[in-house]
Design a protein around this ligand. Structure first.
Ligand code: F6R
Length: 240
């Protein structure tokens, strides 16, 4: 998509995720940049979320993560990188979130959104209860989400209680969405995301109503899916 847009002299607008799931994607993009000359000059990125209260320099901030895994290693112009702020003053936050939405629109909208899935079924930090049309806003993190981050923060008491996240509506505005889930610990929520009734109880179910979403699982993450969901080998071909 980056190359195609480049040929057409267009910007490529990418929505990006942090966490363990997309790390291999970023490694591959860095490899393609180094070895195949893939240029990021025409790329504009918008990250999904950021912990509220963390400085950019904090090792667990998503700002730090993205620079460490991707932005420091490719030729993306610094002004093309957008990551929700973890430090904007509380009284300015609502305006800040509206501006983030407007900036995405002004860039032409998200061409592509990369996602992981949390054990609560969250996408971005849209925890259960998030509305299908929600926009960028400040949210409280679910207990399970804080538990999953506890090791990184050396204790659950150090995990921020809130975060700034794109909404489900923001994510669903992307023209193309790919959700990644790896490993047995995602198998339960993967089954729910694919097989449960579409509702805010499992926010990822809302992706099933998006016309151009692909779910990519390894065998362990897909292991609890009912067999009829695995029948179509074209769709569910195991991938390396
Ligand atoms: C990260 C994000 C989260 C993660 C999810 C899965 O920006 O928005 O929704 O994608 O919590 O995290 P990992 O990939 O670490 O299992």
């Amino acid at each position: 998509m980056i190359r195609k847009k480049q040929k057409e002299n267009q910007k490529c607008v990418l929505g990006l995720a942090t966490g363990s799931s997309p790390i291999a994607v970023y490694e591959e993009l860095v490899r393609m940049h180094r070895e195949e000359g893939l240029s990021f000059e025409n790329v504009i990125t918008f990250n999904l979320d950021e912990y509220y209260g963390l400085e950019k320099t904090h090792k667990e901030s998503y700002y730090y993560f993205m620079h460490h895994h991707l932005f420091n290693h490719v030729n993306i112009p610094a002004e093309n990188v957008n990551i929700p702020s973890g430090t904007v003053a509380l009284e300015e936050l609502e305006q800040w979130c509206d501006d983030y939405e407007r900036k995405i629109e002004a860039a032409g909208g998200l061409d592509f959104q990369l996602l992981g899935i949390g054990r609560t079924g969250h996408i971005g930090f849209n925890e259960p209860g998030s509305a299908i049309d929600s926009k960028t806003r400040v949210v409280s993190l679910a207990h399970i989400t804080k538990e999953d981050a506890a090791d990184d923060f050396e204790g659950i008491e150090n995990v921020p209680a809130t975060a700034v996240t794109m909404g489900i509506g923001t994510v669903r505005s992307a023209k193309r969405i790919v959700l990644l889930a790896w490993g047995a610990k995602k198998s339960k929520i993967v089954k729910e995301a694919i097989e449960e009734e579409i509702s805010s109880n499992v926010p990822a179910t809302y992706l099933r109503q998006h016309p151009n979403t692909t779910f990519v699982f390894d065998e362990e993450a897909a292991s609890k899916l009912s067999s009829h969901h695995l029948e179509n080998q074209d769709l569910y071909e195991p991938c390396d």
